[in-house]
Design a binder for this molecule. Structure first.
Ligand code: IPE
Length: 246
């Protein structure tokens, strides 16, 4: 059984303060994962950029559709994400999780039409050896654009397909996708049905906020859950939590 779980950048960093890890939340997530049998049974972790990725990306004017051909610009964003990835790995290791980094710039790219290719073979080999791959939002080379931003959500969607994931979860700072009154929407089957509730993200976010997330998850065969950190344990035990997008 393969579980693909994203820890949102706003969960693991303070999204309003550049380059600040939310160590308490990272530790809480790592402890919850360590307590779950899923960490020995096919878990791929993906994390977002939060205040390490989005600030650097917007400083350079980069997004998923706007690229740069300047290697130092791309490296600046990649290095920021590397620092965050190191912090996540360190916390996972403190909880005895056999986590190893997988860095998208080195294993993924987009073609001229924006289609992402991401090497799945090494992830499968890692899972077979009992490792927990830890992938992150990054910059990737895109034909004709230099390099563009790759969000953790797109990685989740791509890997869920290529690895045939049984469970897909997006751990966020909110307890699910919220309606206009702030209540968790239990199930989403189309983006139109919830369009009014999906506003813009309030913090610096170059990759589309909640609306983009919902659209991406709707394109998957596997139902995906959006939930808060307090429901991570429920997701890891039951396979669903918060809002289910199917
Ligand atoms: C963003 O990834 C990656 C970069 C900006 C380099 P995400 O879009 O998945 O990050 P969060 O979860 O919204 O912070």
């Amino acid at each position: 059984m393969v579980t693909v779980l994203k820890l949102g950048g706003s969960v693991i960093t303070d999204k309003d303060r550049p380059e600040t890890v939310d160590s308490a939340s990272v530790d809480r997530a790592a402890a919850t994962i360590a307590d779950s049998p899923v960490s020995d049974a096919g878990l791929v972790l993906v994390h977002g950029g939060g205040s390490f990725g989005h600030h650097r990306a917007s400083k350079h004017g980069l997004s998923e559709s706007r690229g740069s051909a300047d290697a130092t610009t791309l490296l600046d964003i990649h290095e920021g994400m590397g620092e965050l990835n190191d912090a996540v790995l360190a916390s996972l290791h403190e909880h005895d999780i056999s986590a190893l980094p997988v860095r998208p710039l080195s294993v993924g790219f987009r073609d001229g039409d924006g289609r992402l290719s991401f090497a799945a073979g090494q992830l499968e080999a890692m899972l077979a050896e009992g490792f927990v791959p830890v992938v992150h939002g990054d910059v990737v080379v895109q034909t004709g654009q230099g390099g563009t931003i790759l969000s953790g959500d797109e990685i989740v969607a791509t890997l869920a397909r290529s690895l045939g994931a049984n469970r897909v979860g997006l751990c966020s700072t909110v307890p699910g996708v919220l309606d206009a009154e702030g209540a968790v929407i239990p199930e989403i089957r189309s983006v139109e049905a919830v369009a009014d509730s999906l506003g813009e993200s309030e913090t610096t976010d170059v990759t589309g906020g909640m609306a983009g997330k919902v659209e991406r998850m709707l394109s998957l065969k596997t139902p995906a859950s959006v939930f808060g950190l307090e429901d991570l344990q429920t997701f890891l035990s039951n396979g669903t939590a918060g809002t289910i997008i199917r």
